[in-house]
Design a protein around this ligand. Structure first.
Ligand code: DP6
Length: 327
């Protein structure tokens, strides 16, 4: 697939010494959950996210004369047999102009490590953008999105800023499955990240999606739910209707987690702290605070609120990490 996009650029070595790029992390308001093609990361449904402004990954790639890639993360070398290095090198295989061509990759995350947000989306997006600069491919953003998707599905949404829709597409080769920016900003929309656990995930989103799609009786209702929620979220963005956005995003996340519960073996990412946090949010909302949440494939909770409620949110959750996506 990379070959199809690169066309006559395949096999051509770079003439400059390095390429650098930044890509923002993103949080899905309508989730990507389930693949119709596991190799190409083609999703069953479309999804929609907000990019997190200046929080993300900056990556520099350089050609090196060596017998393997050299990878550094946040200033520290990563062992070649570490999962992170293996995933990166396997992905770089798609782009080597010759089998003995290796890269030095320096990648730095500006996402506060305490925030516990997945960095694979911004990581693969920053890597593709850096390669585009190094090789001077000058690819259109649609093609960059497709290439980022081959690394991790959610990375397709991290090659652009603001609200982003990843179109599911229908073609077998995935050439119509890429992200597009949705026009409009929302300056007073804020996010809060509550890191509830340091523990490594017990199951990757990749495996959890597979198990859910194959075994959960509830999965057949997921595409219907997504179609409905996508329309509501777009309406909310257009009308800057915070309640509609919050309610739809929260309901979408809960529905995603519900499909996992009905899978076998069951997929449950929540810890007791996650449930207690959800209950606290529902109580605060009943008491009049416009506050909603979303959750990805892990135990941490992400809050959605408006700037004018920031101090109330900080009072209720002193440990909250605040993210201002449109600042
Ligand atoms: C729950 O993009 O990490 O965060 O394509 O297998 O790399 P792979 O999965 P990944 O899955 C993200 C799942 C999610 C929802 C979302 O971000 O839309």
């Amino acid at each position: 697939m990379a070959t199809r996009i690169l066309g006559e650029r395949v096999g051509i070595k770079p003439t400059i010494s390095e390429g650098t790029a930044f890509a923002p992390a993103n949080i899905a308001l309508c989730k990507y959950w389930g693949k119709r093609d596991e190799e190409l990361n083609l999703p069953v449904t479309s999804s929609l996210s907000i990019s997190l402004g200046h929080l993300g990954t900056t990556t520099t790639v350089q050609p090196i004369s060596a017998s393997a890639d050299e990878i550094a993360l946040n200033g520290k070398p990563v062992a070649p047999n570490a999962t992170f290095a293996k995933a990166l090198s396997a992905y770089l295989d798609l782009f080597r102009p010759a089998p003995d061509f290796f890269f030095r990759v320096e990648t730095t995350n500006s996402i506060p490590t305490a925030a516990g947000m997945a960095s694979s989306a911004s990581g693969f997006a920053a890597l593709v953008l850096a390669l585009n600069n190094l090789f001077e491919w000058e690819l259109p953003v649609k093609h960059l999105s497709i290439l980022a998707r081959l690394g991790s599905g959610s990375a397709s949404r991290s090659v652009m800023t603001g609200f982003v829709e990843w179109l599911a597409g229908a073609e077998e080769d995935g050439m119509d499955s890429y992200a597009e920016q949705i026009s409009g900003t929302w300056p007073d929309l804020q996010l809060g990240v509550l890191k509830l656990s340091e523990k490594e995930k017990e199951i990757s989103s990749r495996k959890a999606m597979r198990c859910t799609r194959m075994t959960s009786a509830l999965y057949e209702s997921w595409p219907i739910k997504v179609e409905h929620d996508m329309a509501l979220i777009k309406e909310a963005i257009g009308a800057q209707d915070f309640e509609l956005l919050g309610r739809t995003a929260e309901s979408n996340a809960l529905a995603m987690h519900a499909t996992g519960l009905a899978a076998w073996p069951p997929v449950l990412f929540w810890l007791p702290e996650s449930v207690a946090t959800m209950q606290k949010i529902w109580k605060l909302r009943t008491d009049g605070l416009p506050l909603y949440f979303t959750m990805d494939a892990g135990p941490n909770v992400k809050l959605l609120f408006r700037a004018d409620n920031l101090s109330a949110i900080q009072a209720a959750f002193p440990e909250v990490e605040v993210v201002k996506p449109f600042e």
